[in-house]
Design a protein around this ligand. Structure first.
Ligand code: GAL
Length: 664
């Protein structure tokens, strides 16, 4: 069912069925179109091995159907029940200290345990047989927020088998990992340990790949059971945790139809530049629209302070998600359970069964989603700017930060923010993607290079793209070994520079040129020009450790029909902003100037009509300048060009009147 969906996670198994009608009535009044069910309900669905009790779920779906509400079903495998882990203790994961994880929370399973796979397949198959072709079930979610790493003997043996498959021979593995270092040479696959604590960088990176492969296999097992029973219109997703770094999200998304994620602000208030990056990240998993399948109704229960979002802040957040490509928003969760670990979490309905104050805001959002669903659905974000994200590079850096404050994600956001604040649509893409259609590509800390990445970047610049290379680029191969060249490896030809030395900085140092005078902190690379005729130094280091004094820090080099910028230092925010502005001037990308707290994002409909989402993310009134006549589809109001006042947390969904006459 294609529409802009709105709903929540509902756990009817927590309540007597006599209550359900009232819940569904309240959902209807909040304009729910979808409800997510069953993702932790294993013990209610299969109270003992092979004994399936699906009638209650059937009944709940039937009642929702009667109210016209659609359903997403979760496979309940993130909560293996007590009987399962007692009968098959090896389904429980083992932690780094070799202890079996205790039963009583969730995600306590070993992702590779054969009995866990058998049990997961059994419940997924049974659910799919019963509900796969149910006309009200529009999608499925496999498991819930994959996260745990298991260190049991079985996983250990599986890891060794994985390495054998990847490397073929021990000679190859020993060479790639330079195991002669500290006498690590392996003469039998069985000697290879699991990395607990710091280890050989090659082994550590391979282990992250193994964890990715483990979850992929676990997910595939369930997909194999689900898919034969699902009509082609029914999708399967998994709810990811945005920047969680435990596995490669691109690889896991590959087998799914739809990407979705869980957005929690936790303590404090949302920062639209940070969350915008997270939405764009998830949109990049499959390069299409996504679902915001969980978000907080007011407050959570697991953070430092658990403060509530301000009144109308969640509405701004909802439209912000849609503006970045979400086609659905579901709150977690509908009603507070009387007991269980999450008693204090925000919900729409409290423990007494009555709507909380937040319910009113949800009602408003639901009504707005319903009003504009036809207008919005089918529209997509069309970005000409991309930032590359690479799990291997991130892991390689996280294993050896060199400067403990060096954070890969923070650095990526350091590039995202000055672009986003100018209201440019940005794709956050896997570093393995081809780069056709973009004007500007930024590759933050792309430390791991391979032939394909180099080729994509080269082709992009050759065709006229503007490429930004940064510090910590092109130093490693896919085995986390140093390349036998100076950074940025094979990209030096494009960049017109190589890195002579890298310096971890204890204190900020001066850096500047005509464009800006600022500071570099954490990291600075001394760039050496390779003697290409048009390489230009844009900024140099000032007096610092002697080695860096007066050396190039930021350089631009023409290549093919394009330009390559190399930024060797972590610049202060102002200088970074100025540099980004300058780089943009060298493109035809048109920033939309707004006050920093106001966001304007565009989704484009299949008929070419542009939808402008204008959101005031602050508690202060803001003003933007409207360049054209517009209609706000949330209120029906029309606006002439000129100043548009936005009250605190205001949202407008504008189309240009001129567009209407063009496309009808
Ligand atoms: C999510 C989880 C939900 C719920 C929520 C609370 O991480 O998927 O089941 O626990 O957190 O904020």
């Amino acid at each position: 069912m294609q529409r802009l969906h709105f709903g929540a996670a509902w756990y009817p198994e927590h309540w007597p069925p006599q209550r359900w009608a009232e819940d569904i009535r309240l959902m209807k009044e909040a304009h729910f179109t979808v409800v997510r069910l069953a993702e932790f309900a294993w013990s209610s669905l299969e109270p003992s091995e092979g004994d399936f009790r699906f009638d209650w779920l059937e009944q709940a779906i039937a009642q929702l159907a009667e109210a016209g509400i659609w359903v997403v079903l979760g496979t309940p495998t993130a909560a293996p029940p007590a009987w399962l882990v007692t009968q098959y203790p090896e389904t429980l994961a083992v932690d780094e200290q070799g202890r079996r994880v205790q039963f009583g929370n969730r995600c306590h399973y070993c992702v590779n345990a054969p009995e866990m796979h058998r049990a997961a397949r059994r419940i997924a198959r049974a659910m799919a047989e019963r509900f796969g072709s149910h006309p009200r079930v529009i999608g499925w979610q496999v498991d819930n927020e994959y996260n745990r790493v298991c260190y049991c003997d079985h996983c250990h043996a599986q890891f060794q088998a994985f390495l054998q498959q990847e490397y073929g021979t021990l000679d190859e593995l020993n060479a790639r990992w330079t195991t002669a270092y500290w006498s690590q040479t392996y003469s039998d696959w069985k000697q290879i340990p699991l990395p607990i604590g710091p280890h050989n960088p090659g082994l550590m990176l391979a282990f992250r790949r193994f964890v990715t492969r483990s979850y992929r296999n676990f997910q595939r097992a369930q997909l194999e059971e689900l898919r034969p029973h699902l009509p082609s219109s029914v999708w399967v997703t998994h709810n990811f945790m945005n920047w969680f770094g435990g596995f490669d999200h691109y690889e896991l998304s590959y087998d799914l139809d739809l990407a979705s994620w869980d957005w929690y602000v936790a303590t404090g208030h949302h920062d639209h530049l940070t969350s915008g990056a997270a939405h764009d990240l998830v949109r990049g998993y499959k390069r299409k629209n996504f679902w915001l399948i969980e978000t907080q109704p007011g407050h959570v229960n697991w953070s430092q302070t658990n403060n509530a979002l301000n009144k109308m802040e969640a509405r701004a957040m909802a439209w912000h998600a849609v503006a970045h490509g979400a086609d659905a928003l579901l709150y977690w969760q509908w009603r507070s359970a009387l007991n269980g670990q999450e008693q204090y979490h925000g919900t729409l309905i409290d423990q007494s069964g009555q709507p909380r104050p937040f319910y009113e805001e949800a009602q408003l959002i639901g009504a707005e989603f319903a009003r504009v669903s036809d207008l919005v659905i089918g529209s997509t974000v069309q970005a000409r700017t991309a930032i590359l994200n690479c799990y291997e590079s991130r892991w390689a850096i996280e294993f050896q930060r060199h400067n403990s404050a060096f954070d890969y994600v923070a650095y990526l956001e350091h590039w995202y923010r000055p672009l986003s604040v100018r209201n440019l649509e940005i794709d956050l893409l896997s570093a393995d993607e081809a780069l056709d259609g973009y004007q500007l590509v930024i590759a933050p800390a792309l430390i791991v290079l391979d032939e394909q990445r180099i080729e994509h970047l080269r082709a992009f610049v050759q065709r006229g793209g503007r490429l930004v290379l940064t510090l910590r680029t092109g130093m490693k191969d896919r085995h986390n070994a140093m390349l036998p060249s100076r950074p940025p490896g094979a990209l030096a030809e494009l960049a017109g520079v190589e890195v002579e030395e890298y310096y971890s900085l204890q204190h900020p140092i001066p850096v500047g040129g005509k464009l800006f005078q600022g500071t570099a902190s954490l990291w600075a690379e001394r760039l050496r020009l390779l003697g290409q005729p048009f390489t230009t130094v844009m900024a140099r280091y000032g007096a610092s450790n002697g080695w860096l004094d007066d050396q190039p820090a930021v350089v631009v080099n023409p290549y093919g029909s394009g330009f390559v910028y190399t930024v060797g230092a972590w610049l202060d925010e102002r200088s970074q902003d100025t540099l980004v502005r300058q780089i943009l001037l060298n493109t035809s990308l048109k920033p939309f100037e707004t006050p920093p707290a106001v966001e304007v994002r565009v989704r484009v409909r299949p008929d070419g009509r542009r939808l402008y989402f204008v959101i005031n993310h602050s508690r202060q009134e803001q003003t933007v300048t409207l360049p054209w006549d517009a209609t706000d589809h949330l209120t029906g109001q029309s606006f002439a060009p000129g100043a548009l006042t936005l009250y605190p947390y205001a949202v407008a969904l504008l189309t240009r009147q001129e567009d209407v006459s063009v496309v009808g």
